[in-house]
Write a protein that binds this ligand. Structure first.
Ligand code: FAD
Length: 385
């Protein structure tokens, strides 16, 4: 067995968007760390795309915003419609500057930029093709075992942080309970060449048969998300195109998708985000509905607080991390509630006229500003929702 490094402060399992961001935040705060990631390359497809202003403010503090602005696309306005009629709009440009927009950036690009930024800080921090096996915890340290090819290696550290996604092996190995539920809601999603006139605007259609959202992507593409009655196990372009045509009359049938998938919606949360010397962040700690697009951003908020907590104490002790866990659990619960409201609004309605009337009323009242806050993840420390 090979001993990769001894007694560094932190080992992170999982170099997805949250693990990479956390590693950058730790290194910038003077805390050495290693990231163990099983994939050689970043994810290939676009997946999560919305980077919210609260995250961009954290990027500013870390000095990593510029490459995101170079590759992303600024969404400054969201329009709500029935099948064809406009109900109202929200302007993110009314939100605090400088980030008065949501940045659309495919997850493949996000992960590539974060990998580059991490390597600039420490070229050896990311260990790829390395798969977590198990850990052993003692009073003052944790030893993490991982495989790399045929070899098993080990690293000891003061803390082990699981950023290894919703099926987290780290969470399972620490016997932290993960509870929640699956919703009946199902969707089909795809990225197509943009054939709409929406430009850099996002559009949310609320026809009577169920939600259709479309978001601009860089390079002339547009993400379509369509609520379906049942889970479609073999999604193809034609199915998505026919829903769009049928519900809102827009034809995307001539264009080909670069990404297509079906997904169901879940909400799960770990009973604690800290247990002894093991911590959890990102989807390993909490999974929220992708409708509203806030899961990755929530992961970054938690990772940021965790990095601050670890760097504020000269010798951080497991007890002090329980406070972090309690605080971030409250924020995660709030984000999950917001995502649920979004999702319910998109369900087929028995009285669509009432829903349209209500949405129109809100989007033409001062409450419109609260809706913009909701969509841009502001006010998470406020009392409302
Ligand atoms: C359809 C869809 C759209 C979404 N859109 C948005 C959006 O617009 N905005 C938003 O904020 N969120 C969005 N989300 C949610 C977002 O994708 C997740 O919250 C985010 O990917 C979580 O990041 P993570 O780093 O915690 O986990 P992951 O992205 O799951 O990354 C985990 C990493 O750990 C690695 N790993 C796993 N197991 C091991 C192991 N044993 N050893 C080593 N490495 C391991 C994996 O290879 C991976 O790189 C969306 C989700 C879906 C499903």
């Amino acid at each position: 067995m090979k001993n990769s490094a001894a007694n560094i402060p932190v080992v992170i399992v999982g170099g997805g968007p949250v693990g990479l961001f956390l590693a950058i935040a730790l290194l910038k705060n003077g805390i050495d760390c290693k990231v163990i990631e099983k994939r050689k390359e970043p994810v290939a497809d676009s997946r999560s795309l919305g980077i919210h202003p609260v995250s961009l403010e954290l990027f500013d503090e870390l000095g990593i915003t510029t490459p995101f602005l170079e590759e992303g696309l600024k969404i400054k306005r969201g329009i709500a419609l029935t099948a064809t009629k406009k109900l109202g709009e929200i302007h993110f440009s009314d939100c605090p500057k400088p980030h008065d927009y949501i940045l659309a950036c495919p997850q493949s690009t996000t992960e590539r930029i974060l990998r580059d930024e991490l390597r600039k800080l420490n070229k050896d921090a990311l260990i790829t093709k390395a798969e977590f096996i198990r850990f052993e915890e003692s009073e003052n340290s944790v030893t993490t075992y991982f495989s790399r090819g045929q070899e098993t290696q080990q690293i000891s550290s003061q803390f082990l942080i699981g950023c290894d996604g919703k099926n987290s092996q780290v969470r399972q190995a620490s016997s932290i309970h993960f509870s929640g539920k699956r919703y009946p809601d199902t969707y089909i999603m795809g990225d197509f060449t943009d054939t709409t006139d929406f430009g850099a605007d996002a559009a949310v259609f609320l026809p009577k048969d169920g939600l259709i959202e479309c978001f601009p992507l860089p390079n002339g593409m547009r993400r379509w998300v369509v609520k379906t009655r049942d889970y479609i196990s073999d999604p193809v372009d034609e199915i998505l195109a026919s829903f769009v045509k049928q519900r809102i009359g827009h034809d995307i049938s001539g264009t080909k998708s670069t990404m297509l998938s079906s997904f169901g919606v879940q909400h799960f949360v770990a009973e604690s985000f800290a247990k002894g010397r093991v911590l959890l962040a990102g989807d390993a700690a909490h999974v929220v509905s992708p409708i509203g697009g806030q899961g990755m951003n929530l992961g970054w908020l938690g990772a940021w607080k965790m990095a601050k907590q670890l760097s504020s104490a000269r010798h951080p002790d497991p007890e002090s991390l329980l406070a972090y866990s309690d605080q971030h659990k409250k924020i995660a619960a709030k984000v999950a509630r917001r995502a649920e409201v979004n999702m319910r609004l998109g369900r087929a309605s028995a009285v669509p006229m009432f829903k349209d009337w209500m949405i129109k009323g809100i989007l033409h009242s001062p409450l419109k500003q609260n809706v913009a806050q909701l969509f841009t993840m502001r006010g998470l420390n406020d009392w409302w929702l």
